[in-house]
Design a protein around this ligand. Structure first.
Ligand code: FAD
Length: 409
């Protein structure tokens, strides 16, 4: 590769790569189709996990030359774990189990922090441009297809900072819902790992649940969401182009915690261009084993409903009692043990579908699952009121930055 490096996409993976390359003196050009970094999101909170490695992710970032102080983050050592039968328990650890960051275009958002780092290092970012991917060295353009969607409401609240994680197959088919509150702003989100018509009703029902169980004094601001693309490509370098982040299918099949993979893969791509490592080898060593385990976990989760979710929640709490640390369970979940590894051929055959992409790559991707019979139910009165409240707020100009139909694109 020559001295000039072109990157498609100014999201987390693309900007991480741009920063490392520009710091090393390369001429870097990042081409972004949207107006700004973070425009794919609209102020939603996301968690950067600290359980797929024993190294704290912010320490790892600093070692790479990325500065986590460039954006706002709030670390959490405790969460509410909401079981499917509404029992609430508290997994906890010493230190940061994860950190909440905001995605979007405001100055304190992680996307803008990464943008500042890339510019300070000397990278050139070109916004609102459409370039031929064939002219780029690194493809960092995020998800293309939908394997799952997340749909949430952002609101004002006077509740203290808080995170709740709910396993509930009715409110979040096949997945989970969550509540995150940071400094007076809340987000209630439901994740759908099975495709549904009228997905708004899942969000309304989820919000109604949280309204009933927490004193939120919720005043809706906007609704947000997005899609996740889960796939395992045959190769991570194709026709001399390095695929990073979700463009390379580097996502967590189990829960969708893709940010750490995105940033790590961007850094590895840059190091590979700088001849410090071999991207294909490093990704297969560092990330693919975790992704495969997450796919096996997802396969198992797809087989259970609330009864299985309850078993997971119980096991988590028993494990915490035994080991004195709630994070140990999350770390164990991502360990490629012999039993789970043995399931891989079955998972690959029955959960993933071979697909040839337009750019010539062959991937094994997880299609959006079809709905189940139990996904059809009548909304509660409270959920209908939540829906009416949102309609009224929307009439007054509140923004809906994502709808289920976006997931088709
Ligand atoms: C609602 C939601 C909640 C999530 N929650 C979490 C969470 O809590 N924790 C977590 O770790 N992960 C979470 N994720 C996943 C996480 O957001 C992604 O895995 C991560 O952002 C992927 O980074 P990326 O660099 O691959 O893509 P992005 O950060 O999305 O960047 C891709 C960029 O490429 C641009 N682009 C797209 N097409 C083109 C093109 N043709 N030309 C030029 N530019 C293009 C896009 O506009 C975008 O700026 C969530 C995702 C969603 C949708």
């Amino acid at each position: 590769m020559g001295e000039r490096i072109d990157i498609l996409g100014a999201g987390l993976s693309g900007l991480a790569a741009a920063t490392i390359l520009a710091q090393a003196g390369k001429e870097v050009h990042v081409h972004e189709i949207r107006k700004d970094s973070g425009s794919r999101f609209d102020g939603d909170f996301q968690g950067i996990e600290n359980w797929t490695s024993n190294v704290d992710f912010f320490d790892e970032m600093r070692e790479w030359g990325l500065n986590p102080d460039e954006f706002k983050s709030n670390g959490f050592d405790i969460i509410d774990l909401i079981h499917p039968d509404d029992v609430i328990t508290n997994p906890k650890t010493i230190g940061d189990a994860f950190r909440v960051v905001e995605r979007g275009t405001d100055e304190h958002c992680i996307d803008q922090g990464f943008k500042r780092m890339a510019i300070a290092a000397g990278a050139n970012i070109h916004y609102e441009v459409k370039v031929d991917p064939k002219t780029c060295d690194i493809i960092a353009a995020g998800p293309k297809d939908s394997s799952a969607i997340a749909f949430g409401e952002i609101f004002h609240t006077d509740h203290a900072n808080h995170v709740a994680f709910q396993l509930n197959d009715k409110l979040a088919p096949g997945a989970y819902s969550y509540l995150i509150i940071i400094d007076g702003i809340g987000l209630i989100c439901t994740c759908l790992w099975r495709q549904q018509k009228k997905s708004g009703r899942y969000l309304n029902e989820t919000i109604a649940w949280y309204d009933e169980h927490y004193e939120l004094n919720r005043k809706p601001i906007k609704r947000v969401g997005g899609k996740g693309d889960f796939s395992l490509p045959k190769k991570y370098i194709h026709e001399n182009k390095i695929y990073v982040g979700e463009a390379g299918g580097l996502q967590d099949f189990m829960w969708g915690f893709g940010m750490r993979y995105a940033i790590t893969s961007g850094v590895l791509a840059a190091k590979s261009i700088l001849d410090e490592c071999d991207y294909e080898v490093e990704v297969r060593k560092k990330l693919v084993p975790l992704i495969k385990v997450s796919a096996i976990n997802r396969f198992l989760m797809n087989r259970v409903g609330d009864r299985g979710f309850k078993m997971v929640a119980r096991y988590w709490m028993r494990d915490q009692k035994k080991k004195g640390d709630g994070l140990r369970f999350m770390k164990w979940i991502y360990q490629p043990g012999i039993m789970r590894k043995a399931l891989w051929p079955i998972v690959k055959k029955s959960m993933l579908r071979k697909k040839s992409l337009d750019d010539g790559r062959v991937v094994y991707r997880m299609p959006f699952r079809k709905p189940l019979k139990r996904d059809s139910w009548e909304p509660s009165q409270k959920a209908e009121q939540v829906g009416i409240q949102w309609k009224n707020v929307r009439k007054e100009g509140a923004n809906l930055s994502f709808s289920a139909s976006d997931a088709e694109n």
